[in-house]
Design a protein around this ligand. Structure first.
Ligand SMILES: C[S@@+](CC[C@H](N)C(=O)[O-])C[C@H]1O[C@@H](n2cnc3c(N)ncnc32)[C@H](O)[C@@H]1O
Length: 290
């Protein structure tokens, strides 16, 4: 959960700002390409923000500084999208989203308050079938494990959506106990967000040193889960639904702990290539800065 400022706005760390910068870079490239396609076959292209947030969060390291959140990054992108759909479960945040209508009167903005799994599947997916000759860019930016694998599957099945997902590695790791394999409810929870859980058995092993009592079942425990491994596992899962998936980039906080993996999944090879270029540049700059 994020910390809230005295006006109820989110307070976000440096890494969240970096995530937003990566999003803005990709949106620019996407919109230029899609706008070009409108000269031939494409009828319209949309931006969908399934976890819209508090619009102008404040920077953690300087709370006087406001940052443009993901809806603003999209609305500022040129050329413009044909429509913007913003979803958030929080009524307080949706009030802020409503204000964007006055700020951007020329943009077609649709807003829904609710669980994005439901809104995406019931309202958005039916509006962008393949026959509609439309495309949508869907940003999935939950705090934790709020995006169901079924929703990702439905988005992929449209063949009209690209998804840009900030997947919570921390959310997964926290669910997995160190000293014993997880209970069935946890396995179910992970299956709901990742599709498969075959990988869980691989990470629980008996201790290397054999027990003195040969007839005793050795207790299974897990090593530290490598973030790169978990991120590539999720990317691999995405590859079962989308033919082109970028290399995930790991988002780290100020103490270098990995929190999320940001990844693009698309039906178009150019989309994954552009994202890989943007992520590679970001990784290079991060290495220079550290
Ligand atoms: C990380 S914040 C989004 C930040 C925003 N994308 C940005 O970059 O400016 C996550 C948001 O998801 C919302 N949320 C949490 N669970 C949700 C759900 N099931 N459906 C829709 N929104 C949800 C929260 O209210 C919060 O505003």
């Amino acid at each position: 959960m994020s910390r809230l400022g005295n006006e109820g706005e989110d307070i976000i760390g440096r890494w969240s700002e970096e995530k937003l910068d990566l999003l803005a870079k990709y949106l620019k490239a996407y919109s230029v390409i899609m706008n070009e396609q409108k000269k031939s076959w494409l009828r319209a292209y949309y931006y969908v923000d399934a976890f819209a947030g508090s619009i102008r969060p404040r920077a953690k390291e300087d709370e006087q500084r406001y940052i443009d959140g993901s809806p603003l990054r999209a609305l500022q992108t040129e050329p413009k999208f044909d429509a913007y759909w913003f979803i958030d479960i929080s009524p307080r945040r949706i009030e802020r989203v409503q204000e964007l209508r006055q700020e951007f009167p020329d943009c077609a903005i649709e807003i829904r308050q609710g669980n994005s799994n439901k809104v995406l599947c019931d309202e958005i997916v039916p509006r962008i079938p393949y026959t509609s000759k439309t495309r949508a860019f869907v940003f999935l930016d939950p705090y934790g494990l709020q995006i169901d694998w079924e929703t990702v599957k439905e988005l992929a099945n449209t063949k009209t959506c690209d998804i840009f997902i900030n997947f919570s590695l921390m959310g997964v790791t926290r669910l997995l106990p160190r000293d014993q394999p997880p209970e069935s409810e946890i396995i179910e929870q992970l299956s709901k967000v990742m599709g498969s859980t075959n990988w869980i058995d691989q990470i629980y092993q008996p201790p290397v040193q054999l027990s003195l009592f040969a007839d005793q079942e050795p207790a299974l425990s897990r090593e530290t889960i490598r973030s790169e491994w978990l991120a590539s596992l999720y990317a691999q899962q995405l590859r079962s639904l989308f033919p082109h998936v970028s290399k995930p980039v790991l988002m780290k906080n100020s103490t270098n702990s990995v929190l999320y993996a940001l990844c693009l999944a698309s039906h178009n090879p150019t989309a994954a290539k552009i994202t890989n270029d943007i992520f590679a540049r970001y990784e290079r700059l991060r290495q220079l800065g550290s």
